[in-house]
Ligand binder design. Sequence first.
Ligand SMILES: [Zn+2]
Length: 284
Amino acid sequence: MNNKKITDKKIIKLEELTWKKIDELDRNKTIFFLPISPLEEHGPHLPVGTDYLTIKDVTFETVKILNKKNPELTYVVIPPIPLGYCKFNTEFPGSISVSGKTVRDVVYSVGSFLGNHKFKYMVICTFHLAVAHLRGIYSAMNKLESKFGLKCCEPWGPYYYKKEIQNKEPKLGFDTTKEVHGGFRETSLMKYQYPYLVDESYKNLQSIYRDVFSPRVLGKSFKEIGLKDGYIGSPSKADVDYGRWFFNEIVNTFVDSTLKLYSGKELPELPKNVKFAMKALFWQ
Ligand SMILES: [Zn+2]
């Protein structure tokens, strides 16, 4: 292939290619990445782009590592889409929620371009894991696999919901299982990635916990379950070293799943309870 950019192994962005260059890509050796996570409030201390910025950075870092690790393949990043389902916290300004159906349609439309042109691999990158958002992604993936034989994966849902993080993270001396949203983990992550975007007030925020999977809170908004500041967990414990570890752990998970997808190895799946919750859900 005489495309200098491609042989240079710079990160290839779809929006920078002509249709001709896209058409020249080797169907058997090109993997596309679709980053998609919404703008959503993350407490009074973190930017609404916490999930969006994270998934964007994770995707580019994943591709950087893959370019070194497995340079015979070509990796193309589709422009990150700031979209997702987060209706439960739209009472806060800055949360933009679309329906799970819209998520499905967007992912399916992007995948259809790949399928129609005989491309074979797509990694769907989300850091946001609301069940309705995942349902949109997974139903698009199923449809793309059956219609085009497009091989897809979504790496973060299985890792997160199988609680891999609790097994792997450095010992911290406090219970991290209740860190759900804008808490210790995400505040640490943002302190590492974007310290200038973390409001100093995080140091004085009280720990607040809620079981968001309890049937009692199902279908209720954050404010209805008493989350008046929009976070769940303990942001004040945030730690930049943990943030670094966490960021790299997310990237490693994506690298690993991408290579498994390409080599046809078995990919981690969502646990049964999440699959069940996705099925039980009405489109919303
Ligand atoms: Zn988040």
